[in-house]
Design a protein around this ligand. Structure first.
Ligand code: ZN
Length: 169
Protein backbone atom coordinates (compact mmCIF):
# COMPACT_ATOMS: atom_id res chain seq x y z
CA UNK A 1 0.00 0.00 0.00
CA UNK A 2 1.27 3.43 -0.86
CA UNK A 3 2.02 5.67 2.08
CA UNK A 4 0.23 9.01 1.75
CA UNK A 5 0.58 12.46 3.26
CA UNK A 6 -2.74 14.20 3.81
CA UNK A 7 -2.59 17.89 2.94
CA UNK A 8 -5.74 18.90 4.73
CA UNK A 9 -6.14 22.45 3.42
CA UNK A 10 -5.37 21.68 -0.22
CA UNK A 11 -7.36 18.44 -0.02
CA UNK A 12 -4.53 16.49 -1.63
CA UNK A 13 -3.12 13.08 -0.76
CA UNK A 14 0.53 12.94 -1.80
CA UNK A 15 2.57 9.75 -2.06
CA UNK A 16 5.49 9.27 0.33
CA UNK A 17 8.41 6.88 0.20
CA UNK A 18 8.48 4.34 3.01
CA UNK A 19 11.39 6.21 4.61
CA UNK A 20 9.64 9.56 4.34
CA UNK A 21 7.43 11.30 6.95
CA UNK A 22 5.13 14.29 6.70
CA UNK A 23 4.33 16.23 9.88
CA UNK A 24 1.73 18.96 10.09
CA UNK A 25 2.92 20.47 13.38
CA UNK A 26 -0.08 22.80 13.47
CA UNK A 27 -0.18 26.13 15.25
CA UNK A 28 2.97 27.23 17.02
CA UNK A 29 3.41 30.17 19.38
CA UNK A 30 6.66 31.23 17.80
CA UNK A 31 7.81 30.44 14.27
CA UNK A 32 11.43 31.11 15.17
CA UNK A 33 11.42 28.92 18.28
CA UNK A 34 9.83 26.09 16.33
CA UNK A 35 12.33 26.45 13.51
CA UNK A 36 15.32 26.41 15.87
CA UNK A 37 13.85 23.48 17.83
CA UNK A 38 13.61 21.47 14.57
CA UNK A 39 17.08 22.33 13.27
CA UNK A 40 18.54 21.42 16.64
CA UNK A 41 16.58 18.15 16.78
CA UNK A 42 17.89 17.15 13.35
CA UNK A 43 21.32 18.66 13.84
CA UNK A 44 20.96 20.78 10.72
CA UNK A 45 23.14 23.60 9.53
CA UNK A 46 21.37 26.84 8.73
CA UNK A 47 22.16 30.41 7.80
CA UNK A 48 18.78 31.86 8.62
CA UNK A 49 18.63 35.00 10.69
CA UNK A 50 16.17 35.21 13.57
CA UNK A 51 14.95 38.57 12.33
CA UNK A 52 14.00 37.14 8.98
CA UNK A 53 12.08 34.19 10.47
CA UNK A 54 10.29 36.35 13.00
CA UNK A 55 8.42 38.12 10.20
CA UNK A 56 7.10 34.93 8.58
CA UNK A 57 3.62 33.55 9.17
CA UNK A 58 4.49 29.92 8.64
CA UNK A 59 7.29 27.58 7.80
CA UNK A 60 8.28 24.44 5.96
CA UNK A 61 11.35 22.45 6.92
CA UNK A 62 12.81 19.37 5.31
CA UNK A 63 15.33 17.04 6.91
CA UNK A 64 17.04 14.47 4.74
CA UNK A 65 18.77 11.96 6.98
CA UNK A 66 20.74 8.84 6.21
CA UNK A 67 17.73 6.56 6.75
CA UNK A 68 14.72 8.82 7.12
CA UNK A 69 13.40 11.96 5.57
CA UNK A 70 11.11 14.32 7.50
CA UNK A 71 8.95 17.16 6.23
CA UNK A 72 7.41 19.63 8.68
CA UNK A 73 4.95 22.45 8.20
CA UNK A 74 3.90 24.85 10.96
CA UNK A 75 2.22 28.22 11.19
CA UNK A 76 1.20 31.02 13.50
CA UNK A 77 -2.35 31.24 14.71
CA UNK A 78 -4.32 33.45 12.34
CA UNK A 79 -7.93 34.15 11.52
CA UNK A 80 -9.80 33.03 8.46
CA UNK A 81 -9.30 33.58 5.59
CA UNK A 82 -5.59 34.26 6.22
CA UNK A 83 -5.01 30.87 7.77
CA UNK A 84 -6.33 29.07 4.65
CA UNK A 85 -3.77 30.93 2.58
CA UNK A 86 -0.86 30.40 5.00
CA UNK A 87 -1.46 26.68 5.38
CA UNK A 88 -2.06 26.22 1.64
CA UNK A 89 1.23 28.02 1.01
CA UNK A 90 3.22 25.76 3.38
CA UNK A 91 1.55 22.58 2.08
CA UNK A 92 2.63 23.67 -1.40
CA UNK A 93 6.26 23.97 -0.25
CA UNK A 94 6.03 20.30 0.67
CA UNK A 95 4.50 19.33 -2.70
CA UNK A 96 7.21 21.27 -4.45
CA UNK A 97 9.94 19.48 -2.52
CA UNK A 98 8.59 16.03 -3.42
CA UNK A 99 8.09 17.04 -7.08
CA UNK A 100 4.30 16.61 -6.92
CA UNK A 101 3.07 20.05 -7.96
CA UNK A 102 1.18 18.26 -10.75
CA UNK A 103 -1.37 17.23 -8.09
CA UNK A 104 -2.06 20.92 -7.46
CA UNK A 105 -2.14 21.65 -11.21
CA UNK A 106 -4.97 19.09 -11.50
CA UNK A 107 -6.90 20.69 -8.63
CA UNK A 108 -6.64 24.13 -10.22
CA UNK A 109 -7.80 23.02 -13.67
CA UNK A 110 -11.51 23.78 -13.19
CA UNK A 111 -10.75 27.36 -12.09
CA UNK A 112 -8.27 28.50 -14.73
CA UNK A 113 -8.74 29.41 -18.39
CA UNK A 114 -5.46 27.70 -19.30
CA UNK A 115 -3.76 24.87 -17.50
CA UNK A 116 -1.21 26.00 -14.97
CA UNK A 117 2.24 24.65 -15.63
CA UNK A 118 4.30 25.21 -12.49
CA UNK A 119 7.39 24.83 -14.66
CA UNK A 120 6.52 28.29 -16.02
CA UNK A 121 6.33 29.82 -12.57
CA UNK A 122 9.90 30.85 -11.94
CA UNK A 123 10.13 31.48 -8.21
CA UNK A 124 9.25 29.16 -5.39
CA UNK A 125 7.35 31.75 -3.35
CA UNK A 126 5.03 32.46 -6.29
CA UNK A 127 4.37 28.76 -6.77
CA UNK A 128 3.45 28.45 -3.09
CA UNK A 129 1.38 31.63 -3.21
CA UNK A 130 -0.65 30.05 -6.02
CA UNK A 131 -1.18 27.06 -3.72
CA UNK A 132 -2.38 29.48 -1.06
CA UNK A 133 -4.78 31.01 -3.58
CA UNK A 134 -6.17 27.57 -4.33
CA UNK A 135 -6.85 27.15 -0.59
CA UNK A 136 -8.82 30.42 -0.70
CA UNK A 137 -10.83 29.28 -3.74
CA UNK A 138 -11.56 25.94 -2.07
CA UNK A 139 -12.96 27.81 0.95
CA UNK A 140 -15.07 30.18 -1.16
CA UNK A 141 -12.91 33.22 -0.38
CA UNK A 142 -12.62 35.77 -3.22
CA UNK A 143 -9.16 35.46 -4.81
CA UNK A 144 -8.53 39.23 -4.51
CA UNK A 145 -8.35 38.80 -0.71
CA UNK A 146 -4.85 37.44 -1.21
CA UNK A 147 -3.56 40.98 -1.74
CA UNK A 148 -4.60 41.87 1.80
CA UNK A 149 -2.83 38.81 3.19
CA UNK A 150 0.48 39.11 1.33
CA UNK A 151 2.20 42.26 2.54
CA UNK A 152 5.24 42.31 0.24
CA UNK A 153 4.58 44.55 -2.77
CA UNK A 154 7.01 42.63 -4.97
CA UNK A 155 5.37 39.30 -4.08
CA UNK A 156 1.96 40.82 -4.78
CA UNK A 157 3.07 42.01 -8.22
CA UNK A 158 4.61 38.68 -9.18
CA UNK A 159 1.50 36.80 -8.08
CA UNK A 160 -0.87 39.22 -9.82
CA UNK A 161 0.86 38.52 -13.15
CA UNK A 162 0.39 34.78 -12.76
CA UNK A 163 -3.22 35.05 -11.58
CA UNK A 164 -4.03 37.23 -14.61
CA UNK A 165 -2.18 34.91 -16.96
CA UNK A 166 -4.22 31.91 -15.82
CA UNK A 167 -7.52 33.75 -15.54
CA UNK A 168 -7.81 33.38 -11.78
CA UNK A 169 -8.56 37.09 -11.33
ZN1 ZN B 1 7.09 30.30 1.35
Amino acid sequence: MTKLAELSVLGIYAPLHFFEYYHDDGYVDSIEDHFFMLVEKYGQEHQVSRDKIRKTLGGYLHYEGMFFSHHHIYYKRANEPDIFFIRGHEETHFLERIWKLNLLEDKLKPFTNRTIDFGEVIDSESRCNIGGVYALIKNNVPVKKVFEIIKSRSQQNLLKNYLEKYGLI
